[in-house]
Design a protein around this ligand. Structure first.
Ligand code: ZN
Length: 310
């Protein structure tokens, strides 16, 4: 077992329209856009990052808006729901706010003693807000929401699996401990984690494998403090038989990726160097930032990429 992983780092999904995506996360959900950049492999596509004030690992939802891509078909082998932590007693406010903004698919329930409100994103993305009493993270409050209501970061993700066995074993190796199993869902937690330290495994033996598209989670990233710890994790995973990519520089963190036995793509990302690497804290997410290998495309991309505001 390894002990370098502290919970979630970011969750990356796909969307069909950049402007709708930006409005949903900054206005509807009240997160801060902490980076506006492009996809390393397809620089004509944005990579948008939303989180708390500085994009603290465990708060960062990221998107690739591929213009007009088809919707994904939900199924197994993917993240089913991405859950955000909100203050105790705030779900009534959220229900009113989201229904006032015309959101559909809202459903309130309770799991593992926590109240939740499920809803769908612009592309059918599966989201929920969870009331959490003890969450020490400060939310972003210079946007559309105040501290009594604002999202404080991820609570968890749920993985939809045909069989939980091998994924449960992998997460245990990654430092997660099973907390409880209820109604076909196993909850796992990293002790001493970063508040985004929960994963739920949902077993759905008769559900077909998902087809990815708009509204699907592309991968889920776990946080390690630095590059040294990342190398330790990479070595341990490889020794256990996982095929892990080399370390890739993603400008705001270093990343390694591997496919899990249940089908979900996992990434391990470093907390360093973070989003203030190339922008002042006061202006995070405002300017179009380009990876150095795409810098020569700036004037082309500025014309091609859809404006997010206005
Ligand atoms: Zn990632």
């Amino acid at each position: 077992m390894i002990d370098q992983i502290k919970g979630l780092h970011h969750v990356t999904s796909m969307a069909a329209d950049a402007r709708t995506n930006n409005a949903f996360f900054t206005h509807t959900l009240g997160l801060r856009r902490v980076k506006k950049t492009v996809n390393f492999d397809s620089p004509d596509v944005y990579h948008l990052y939303y989180g708390d004030e500085t994009g603290t690992p465990g708060t960062v939802m990221t998107y690739f808006p591929f213009p007009d891509i088809a919707r994904g078909r939900p199924g197994t082998g993917e993240v089913g729901t991405t859950l955000f932590s909100v203050p105790k007693g705030s779900l009534g406010f959220w229900q009113e706010r989201l229904s006032g903004l015309g959101l559909n698919g809202m459903k309130a329930d309770e799991a593992f003693g926590e109240k939740r409100l499920h809803f769908s994103g612009p592309d059918g993305d599966g989201f929920a807000l969870v009331e959490v009493e003890k969450d020490s993270r400060a939310p972003w409050t210079a946007g559309s929401l105040d501290a009594d209501h604002a999202i404080r970061g991820f609570h968890s993700v749920s993985l939809r699996l045909r069989d939980e066995g091998a994924t449960k074993e992998l997460l245990s190796f990654m430092g997660y401990q099973p907390l409880e199993s209820r109604d076909g869902v196993t909850r796992m937690i990293v002790p001493g984690g970063n508040d985004a330290h929960t994963i739920d495994l949902e077993t759905m033996p008769s559900i077909a494998r998902a087809a990815q598209g708009a509204g699907s989670v592309h991968h889920v990233a776990f946080a390690v403090e630095n590059r040294q710890k990342q190398l330790e994790v990479r070595k341990a995973l490889m020794e256990t038989g996982y095929q892990v990519t080399p370390v890739i520089d993603r400008d705001y963190f270093w990343a390694i990726y591997f496919r899990t036995p249940g089908g979900v793509l996992f990434e391990i990302a470093t907390n360093e160097p973070g989003f203030e690497r190339d922008e002042d804290k006061a202006h995070l997410g405002e300017a179009l930032k380009l990876p150095s290998q795409h810098a020569h495309l700036r004037s082309l991309l500025e014309q091609h990429l859809q404006p997010l505001e206005g």
